[in-house]
Design a binder for this molecule. Structure first.
Ligand code: ADP
Length: 303
């Protein structure tokens, strides 16, 4: 049932048609579909016998379907904690995460996650093909469809020629491509990425950034990309959500009004890129100095 939802829903078109047919009475609510992801008042306090850490105080933001949003914040700001909560791997102390209208209480069906540690997320005894295929088997996708999805995903990440290799025979960048292929083959509605390129060299990182943008544009999948790298967040995102230092709130939500066609040379040398980068950099510096926005949260939920 959830296998072919990558294309944006046709509901928007249907609603547009309906608005055309009706008179001009209140159509405003019909034109904007609900966000795919709603993070509402999320708080996380870690407690053990010896200490209590308020990692996240109050995070509220939403992500629209088809958006590529980045989350950036100082080290220790709670980015990984937030991502685990969104992925249903960790319970919030307070607040909730709503994905496609459903409260997240476990790993959601329409979500795939790519972690930084590709070395630990791939099974070394399985081939590239088997690693990508595994979640599809667990999802009970039929064999012929599995073959089609795995082949298409490996082609999409440029690994169609190494299906029989084992992860340990590949470079770090190639292993992360396998992890991305596995996520893409699963046809998620939302793709979460937790500092996925932190462990690869600069050139590979640039290639992988471009891969993410091209997959996002081609597949229409919603992407939430967590990074501590300011330049990466501006280069990739349509929007950068800046987190404060822990206990964390949203510092700012910066719209990245760069053209959709981006490339490492032209985009990164554009004056507007430099301005946006400086803006986000300054916000992170403020966050590190302990500055917090006057209103503790930015409220964007409408429900
Ligand atoms: P980031 O990913 O932004 O670096 P984290 O989410 O890893 O931040 O951590 C946020 C804060 O929560 C840090 O102060 C960290 O020490 C603390 N923390 C993270 N995980 C745990 C845990 N399992 N138990 C206790 N404290 C934790």
């Amino acid at each position: 049932m959830a296998t072919t939802q990558i294309e944006p829903s046709s509901e928007v078109d249907d609603m547009t048609d309906m608005t055309d047919m009706t008179d001009m009475t209140d159509t405003s609510e019909m034109t904007s579909p609900p966000p795919i992801l709603d993070v509402r008042g999320v708080k996380k306090v870690y407690e053990d016998a010896s200490r209590t850490v308020e990692a996240i105080r109050d995070l509220t933001f939403s992500v629209e379907s088809g958006e590529l949003a980045c989350i950036v914040g100082p080290s220790g700001a709670g980015k990984t904690t937030l991502l685990k909560i969104i992925a249903g791997l960790l319970d919030p102390t307070d607040g909730e995460v709503v994905l496609e209208g459903e409260r997240v209480t476990g790993t959601p069906a329409g979500m795939a996650v790519v972690f930084q540690e590709y070395g630990r997320s791939l099974f070394p005894w399985m081939t590239v093909w088997q690693n990508v295929e595994l979640p599809l088997k667990e999802k009970k996708v039929a064999a012929a469809e599995r073959r089609r999805l795995v082949q298409a995903a490996l082609e999409a990440v440029g690994l169609a020629d190494v299906p029989a290799a084992h992860p340990w025979q590949l470079s770090g960048g190639m292993q992360q491509r396998v992890a991305i292929a596995r996520a893409v083959a699963y046809e998620p509605h939302i793709l979460l990425m937790d500092e996925p390129f932190a462990a690869v060299d600069a050139q590979t990182r640039a290639d992988l950034e471009d891969l993410v943008r091209s997959l996002w544009r081609r597949l229409g999948v919603t992407v939430l990309f967590v990074t501590h790298d300011i330049d990466e967040s501006v280069y990739l995102g349509q929007r950068v959500i800046v987190l404060s230092s822990s206990p964390t709130v949203v510092m700012a939500d910066v719209a990245i009004d760069l053209p959709d066609d981006r490339d490492q040379l032209t985009t990164r040398s554009a004056p507007r890129f430099t301005e946006l980068r400086s803006q986000v950099y300054e916000l992170i510096q403020q966050a590190k100095r302990g500055h917090r926005p006057a209103a503790a949260t930015v409220s964007s939920t409408e429900s």
